[in-house]
Design a protein around this ligand. Structure first.
Ligand SMILES: [Zn+2]
Length: 336
């Protein structure tokens, strides 16, 4: 079969890096791994019922004033537009407006109809309609595309905080992971992404001590090293420029692993995931999901709203290689 050229290449974002070099970011759908996103980014459509009325455009202001005065606020539904345009019922031409009034559980349909009547609201038709609208605001384009047919939604794509990787970054990530996987055990590395310097590398030694998981061993190594270099004073903040805006903050001492990347062959357990929160790591890359994993499998500790630090997690890095290399190892099923 002749090659077709129907696959048009998407334009790639080009951004100048600090050295003035132009980097090309790889679009998310082409990453060779996945981000372990918070549940709200992955949820499907959930709806709630609201009342709407049909009005002629010139009646809209009155109806909105009525709603403001007599009906409960639409708190939590700010993502839904207040008005949508619809074709006049039972006609093929012309349009009227459908105005969102209030949540269905606030009062009965008859009560609302009576209230509209008592206040002499001019409606296109006296019936109040019940419509299902998306319960949550769409957080990404995928959700927006899937949900906005139900009711017009406000959504502004903001990719400024999205993780960005260049081809070069991918090579670096794969190099670290390939090395760890070649050790054929649960292994971890902590890396300073500014310099690509490996600050600590450790393997799981829980046979010697039940708490000596690979992540904990690595954090300990960083702590020992920093203590050696900085004594009790701690490392000065130098990264996370988005969090550090003024001089005052830039003088602060960094938490143990602020701004560092963690590579680990297996998905960390809850204890290790929390240790990574406390030491303020920036990103975690792991290859193989685990039964007791807490960064995607059972929990998503890295994105838990009650915690005061969040880090990005990327899973399935070189997963095929990981599974192959560790296929015969009892570690695959080990509770991590
Ligand atoms: Zn652990």
């Amino acid at each position: 079969m002749a090659e077709t050229n129907d696959k048009t290449e998407k334009p790639k974002t080009k951004v100048k890096n600090v050295k003035g070099k132009t980097d090309e970011f790889i679009p998310r759908e082409e990453w060779p791994f996945e981000e372990a996103l918070a549940d709200e980014y992955e949820r499907g459509l959930e709806t709630m019922d609201v009342y709407t009325v049909y009005v002629e455009p010139k009646q809209t202001n009155n109806v909105l004033k009525f709603a403001q005065k007599y009906l409960a606020s639409l708190e939590g539904l700010e993502h839904c537009k207040r008005i949508r345009r619809i074709t006049k019922p039972e006609t093929d031409s012309g349009f009227i407006l459908e105005v969102l009034m209030c949540l269905k559980d606030k009062l009965s349909q008859t009560e609302l109809e009576q209230l509209l009547l008592n206040n002499e609201q001019q409606l296109y038709e006296p019936t109040v309609h019940v419509v299902s609208v998306p319960r949550y605001a769409p957080l990404n384009r995928q959700q927006y595309e899937a949900w906005h047919h139900l009711w017009p939604l406000s959504y502004r794509e903001d990719t400024r905080l999205d993780p960005k990787f260049t081809k070069e970054d991918m090579t670096v990530i794969h190099d670290h992971m390939r090395h760890l996987l070649s050790l054929s055990t649960v292994a971890c590395r902590i890396v300073d992404p500014d310099t690509n310097q490996v600050l600590a590398e450790g393997i799981d030694t829980r046979k010697e001590h039940p708490l000596h998981h690979a992540v904990i061993n690595c954090i300990n190594l960083v702590a020992l090293k920093e203590n050696e270099v900085y004594g009790g004073r701690g490392r000065q903040m130098k990264r996370t420029a988005n969090e550090m805006t003024d001089n005052e903050q830039s003088k602060k001492t960094a938490y143990l692993c602020t701004g560092y990347d963690v590579y680990i062959t297996h998905e960390p357990c809850a204890m290790c995931a929390m240790a990574l929160v406390h030491s303020r790591v920036s990103r975690v890359f792991y290859s193989i999901p685990s039964k007791t994993g807490s960064l995607g499998t059972n929990y998503k500790i890295h994105s838990h709203s009650s915690l005061n630090h969040h880090y990005r997690v990327f899973k399935h890095v070189l997963l095929k290689e990981g599974n192959l290399l560790l296929l015969d190892s009892s570690l695959v099923d080990q509770e991590l």
